[in-house]
Design a protein around this ligand. Structure first.
Ligand code: ZN
Length: 305
């Protein structure tokens, strides 16, 4: 059915069309001006996101932020308790004049010589070893176990771009290292030392996964800096730090490396320890691990986003 517009109707339609026309012309001008001013002044133009749009529902409760934060709080509490237990252990050990020597990155081709020196001084130590090195020198690793040295894990690649590249990556590397060590020695070690220490690259998520699988993350209280200091200067530095720990009332956990220069000057350090009446002990699966606390500092820049 056709309708004829009366005079009033025609006026309304005319006003309507004129309004639309004005609106379109005006909008075009404003848009051009806006673009122009943005180009010159470079003002960030991101509008505030409406509340409802910013809320993205999660696909499952297990992934939800609430769940993550509960887990996170649990992990923080666990970390704190564990740290306290570790400190108590180190204070007790201090009273018994105990020191923990640790060697990372081995076994090197000179590892037998390192064991000979330790044996000569009746000293014990713990070795945090790389999977491929264990495979290259299985006999010296067997000797470590036979003679009562501590054995632990130090990853497969030692490459921060790989071991900190995903939340599961440290767990994967340490599990593989554990499998290799167990195959060679029959010992299932839960002791891990992260390459470059657990701070700053080992994120809370990575820690949680290692904890859940029973790995014990061991850092140190004395860094010998034997990877940096030339000749025997690392020995003097280590002795100074050991004296500081003596004053602090905690048994020292000394970080060193299984490498020729360290081995060459190690007798100087062992002579000092013997002279001062220190007893060297190994780290075990049963001990509360001394781990650096994250306190919001842990983050891996190597995770691809
Ligand atoms: Zn290392």
């Amino acid at each position: 059915m056709k309708h004829r517009l009366n005079q009033k109707g025609k006026i309304i339609v005319l006003i309507f069309l004129t309004t639309i026309l004005c609106f379109l012309v005006g909008w075009g001008t404003i848009s051009k001006e806006k673009t122009g001013s943005q180009q010159t002044a470079k003002i960030p133009s991101k509008p505030a996101e409406p509340l409802l749009l910013s809320f993205k529902p999660k696909k499952a409760f297990a992934d939800s932020e609430l769940d993550q934060s509960v887990q996170y709080q649990k992990e923080l509490a666990l970390e704190k308790t564990q740290h306290q237990k570790a400190l108590e252990q180190l204070e007790k050990d201090h009273k018994n004049k105990v020191i923990y020597l640790t060697f990372d990155d081995g076994p090197s081709p000179a590892a037998n010589q390192l064991l000979d020196i330790l044996d000569h001084y009746h000293a014990k130590a713990t070795f945090f070893m790389l999977g491929p090195n264990i495979q290259d020198h299985p006999s010296v690793v067997k000797r470590m176990v036979k003679e009562g040295f501590g054995v632990g894990l130090h990853s497969i690649t030692h490459d921060p771009h790989k071991i900190y590249s995903a939340n599961e990556a440290p767990l994967k590397e340490m599990s593989e290292d554990q499998r290799i060590l167990q195959k060679v020695t029959g010992v299932r070690s839960q002791l891990v030392r992260l390459p470059y220490g657990s701070i700053p690259y080992l994120s809370m998520d990575m820690r949680m996964l290692l904890d859940q699988k029973g790995f014990k993350i061991w850092d140190w209280t004395v860094d010998s800096k034997d990877w940096e200091l030339k000749n025997q200067r690392f020995v003097q530095k280590t002795i100074r730090d050991i004296q500081n720990m003596e004053r602090a009332g905690q048994a020292p956990i000394v970080l060193m490396h299984d490498k020729p220069e360290t081995i060459r000057y190690l007798p100087k350090l062992l002579t000092y320890l013997k002279h001062k009446g220190y007893k060297t002990k190994i780290l075990t699966n049963q001990m509360p691990p001394y781990t650096f606390q994250c306190e919001g500092r842990c983050h891996s820049p190597f995770i691809a986003s």
